[in-house]
Design a binder for this molecule. Structure first.
Ligand SMILES: Nc1nc2c(ncn2[C@@H]2O[C@H](COP(=O)(O)OP(=O)(O)O)[C@@H](O)[C@H]2O)c(=O)[nH]1
Ligand SMILES: Nc1ncnc2c1ncn2[C@@H]1O[C@H](COP(=O)(O)OP(=O)(O)O)[C@@H](O)[C@H]1O
Length: 392
């Protein structure tokens, strides 16, 4: 109910008026939402980035700012408007693991981005079959022991947890490796990448720029691991406001004196840097108690006891079954396919034999600027429904 119709591009050819050359390649779909029609695909011209919008009230074509990683060569697909804010794209002639995409056109993320860009904005999000466990955000003042706790967790459960490798403009410490501890980067490069929408969050901390790229979180989840983010309180606030549904943990020292002692004993900072970190720690400790920001406060007094409490919070105090989840079945989608929607399920009709696959969106989560996860895909039951699924 309430879904705007998807119609063929033939319906709109010739209706543009401002001299913009539509150059239809025959692979496009057009999806109407309100007074706009989104024409997707077919055009590899970098100026349009494969998405063009017809404003039906003014008759003008608009080339939007396109965020996110777009699908490669969109030469044949079906589309369907969902929730009046995103368009589901199923690529034809492809493996199902690569075929599900969403073009967000009016989600909260898009509404926020439109305020930043002086243009129309749309964003791609790749659909991923299967779920990822909730990421874990760990914050706390410098020297409190965040890195130590995270290392313990990663060492004990190497197949279960993966670290989100942040970008930073600060210089590497002696034992730090590029791309392992941080992506060490120049400020100008990082600022460009932030502008291009590649970061989930970023903040200026102790005089340097730090940020979590969307890619950093996605590579961990794609490897079937639970993502751990070590970020400051400002970053935690941004992630809270994002589509990433994480667990937020704040690590506190037993006392300010003990924090200072640890920071000095670590021996990685100059006196000036230590002083800066201690000044910032006061504000961070206050913010750690902000109502509604952190789900758990962990006092890192005795390391072993604190680590046990962390594992309790994460529900892994005993040896847990850490076998990777069984991968979902992969279907081969043919050149011709069509989509229909029944409640939270999308029926993907694969050709003349009425072969069908069900895409279940009921547990869908995440979305632009990252991937859309929690999707389930299975063959339409041939026994109960008397049809065959797509080739697998
Ligand atoms: N917002 C944000 N903060 C980060 C990120 N990566 C690290 N931080 C925070 O930056 C602060 C400084 O980190 P670092 O220079 O490694 O020093 P340390 O905290 O003393 O080990 C810490 O509070 C980190 O949690 C990030 O990607 N985003
Ligand atoms: N519970 C603890 N008791 C004593 N020392 C600790 C404890 N936890 C961590 N440390 C030490 O404190 C220093 C700072 O820890 P680190 O993990 O680098 O902090 P952060 O990542 O929060 O900046 C390190 O030298 C570490 O070995």
């Amino acid at each position: 109910m309430g879904e705007a119709p998807v119609f063929f591009v033939d319906d709109i050819q010739g209706s543009f008026s401002n001299g913009f050359d539509l150059k239809l390649a025959g692979f496009e779909t057009a999806t109407a939402l309100g007074n706009k029609t989104y024409v997707i695909g077919g055009n590899d011209d970098p100026t349009s980035n494969g998405v063009r919008i017809l404003n039906k009230s003014t008759g003008e074509w608009v080339i939007p700012t396109v965020l996110g990683t777009k699908p490669k060569a969109l030469k044949g697909h079906s589309s369907l408007l969902l929730n009046q804010d995103k368009i589901l794209i199923i690529k034809s002639n492809s493996k199902s693991s690569e075929s599900v995409w969403f073009l967000e056109v009016d989600t909260q993320f898009i509404q926020d981005q439109k305020k930043k860009f002086d243009t129309e904005v749309v964003a791609w999000s790749k659909g991923v079959i299967g779920d990822a466990e909730r990421p874990i955000v760990i914050s706390g003042p410098s020297g409190v022991g965040k890195g130590t706790l995270i290392n313990l967790l990663m060492k004990e459960f190497p197949t279960k947890f993966g670290f989100s490798v942040s970008h930073t403009t600060r210089a590497p410490r002696e034992k730090e490796q590029d791309r392992v501890h941080y992506h060490f980067t120049k400020r100008s490069v990082m600022e460009e990448e932030i502008k291009a929408g590649k970061f989930l969050e970023f903040a200026a901390v102790h005089g340097n720029l730090y940020g979590t790229s969307i890619e950093a979180v996605d590579v961990v989840a794609d490897a079937g691991k639970r993502c751990i983010l070590d970020i400051d309180v400002q970053g935690a606030r941004s992630v809270r406001a994002s589509s990433l549904e994480a667990i937020f943990i704040f690590v506190c020292p037993p006392s300010f004196e003990e924090l200072e002692k640890r920071l000095r004993a670590r021996g990685t900072e100059t006196e000036e840097q230590i002083q800066k970190r201690l000044r910032n720690a006061k504000a961070e400790l206050e913010q750690g108690n902000s109502p509604g920001l952190f789900d758990h406060i962990l006092v890192n007094d005795d390391l072993e006891a604190c680590y046990e409490r962390l594992k309790n919070i994460l529900g892994i105090s005993e040896s847990v079954n850490i076998a990777p989840k069984t991968p979902n079945k992969v279907f081969d989608f043919p050149v011709d396919l069509s989509l229909s929607k029944i409640n939270e399920n999308i029926l993907i009709n694969c050709g003349p034999a009425e072969q069908r696959v069900v895409l279940d969106l009921s547990s869908m989560k995440g979305g632009a600027p990252g991937r859309t996860r929690g999707l389930n895909m299975y063959a339409f039951d041939p026994i109960t429904e008397g049809t065959n699924g797509c080739n697998s």
